[in-house]
Design a protein around this ligand. Structure first.
Ligand SMILES: Nc1nc2c(ncn2[C@@H]2O[C@H](COP(=O)(O)OP(=O)(O)OP(=O)(O)O)[C@@H](O)[C@H]2O)c(=O)[nH]1
Ligand SMILES: [Mg+2]
Ligand SMILES: [Zn+2]
Length: 331
């Protein structure tokens, strides 16, 4: 459900004695040795349970069905990208980068436009129509006025793990508070000329929303990464997928830059944004390959073998069963 310092809070499939639902668990050392990182959303096996203390140890990690890389959430069944219509202003490139990260999971992607109360209805509607052209069915919501909250609840109440992600300050935690008022998650006002968020939420946490349905609040950030392979970018755009469903490009490695025989063509709204992302991805790939050529292979090998400080700490058996420094919830 959440990672807290060196501990994982684990929700039990079956409640324990006295209807105990959650355990605070350490990770067994051998998990660290196989390089298995645990993410929120992972299914794990727990042993060494101390029921009266509500403690246990994670012994194994079950295979994942999906992984959202940043914010890291495993086994999500739905990624909900939230952006504000204003405060902070909606930035189409930033929104595109969030949508690309969401599309990479392969699970359903939804779009929520928050702070609907801050724009005139006609301007909000114009955004909805534009984003429909991108292949999404945006939902207009206002946590402040309560608009769209029931519709959002309906979309998110299906069994599985839904992740709410997006830039800082768009009102993700405010939406979760509107859905689950008993939580009272911390929120804070945007600030500065650009009305940016203040990174209020600091960790990913899952909250039960309905029977079998969990919802993750996540820390906002401003610039999601692009895929390392520039060729992987195109299929993450619904507009490109739709065009390629009917026709193929002449070359199978076509990057859809108006190359001869390209089936994607021009005249679509996000064409410029696609090109910007593609140029960034190509520059990033070039940097990676240059670094690879420059680095002495032997040195590189040594560096790869050097365990990180974090890994060394995880592998320290003395650290494994020590009590938590602060078992309290951080949010
Ligand atoms: N006008 C208006 N303000 C809102 C609405 N929803 C949230 N806010 C305000 O936006 C600010 C940021 O809200 P948060 O819920 O903290 O935003 P967040 O996305 O969780 O931000 P991080 O945790 O930093 O990622 C707060 O001042 C909220 O009161 C809304 O529907 N309308
Ligand atoms: Mg928040
Ligand atoms: Zn093409």
């Amino acid at each position: 459900m959440a990672l807290e310092a060196n501990y994982c809070r684990v929700w039990l499939d079956q409640p324990g004695p006295n209807r105990l639902e959650q355990l605070l668990c350490v990770r067994r050392t051998r998990l660290g040795k196989t390089g298995q990182q645990i993410c929120v959303g992972d299914r794990v096996q727990v042993d060494g349970i101390d029921w009266p203390q509500g403690r246990g140890a994670i012994a194994a990690l079950e295979p994942r069905h999906s992984l959202l890389e940043r914010p890291a959430v495993a086994n999500c069944t739905r990624v909900v990208v939230a952006v504000a219509l204003d405060q902070p202003q909606l930035d189409p490139l930033q929104l595109t980068r969030f949508l690309l990260t969401a599309e990479r999971t392969g699970v359903a992607v939804e779009l929520v436009l928050t702070k609907a109360d801050l724009l005139p209805a006609a301007a909000a509607q114009a955004w909805c129509e534009r984003l429909q052209g991108w292949g999404y069915g945006p939902l207009l919501v206002s946590a402040q006025q309560g608009t769209g909250i029931d519709a959002l609840r309906q979309r998110l109440s299906q069994p599985g793990i839904a992740v709410l992600c997006g830039p800082s300050g768009v009102g993700k935690s405010s939406l979760i508070n509107a859905l689950l008022p008993q939580l009272s998650l911390r929120v804070s006002a945007v600030s500065g000329r650009l009305q940016r968020g203040r990174h209020t939420t600091r960790h990913v946490e899952l909250y039960p929303l309905a029977e079998g349905a969990l919802l993750a609040d996540t820390p906002g950030f401003n610039r999601p990464d692009l895929p390392v392979d520039p060729g992987a970018l195109g299929p993450l755009f619904p507009e490109i997928r739709q065009r390629l469903a009917h026709q193929c490009c002449r070359f199978s490695n076509c990057l859809h830059r108006g190359d001869p025989g390209c089936a994607v063509g021009s005249g679509w709204d996000r064409q410029g944004l696609y090109r910007t992302c593609l140029d960034d991805a190509l520059a990033q790939a070039e940097r990676v390959s240059q670094r690879g050529r420059r680095d002495d292979p032997q040195l590189l090998d040594q560096r790869l073998r050097q365990p990180s400080r974090r890994r060394r700490r995880q592998d320290d058996p003395a650290a494994e069963d020590s009590g938590p420094i602060n078992p309290g919830r951080a949010d």
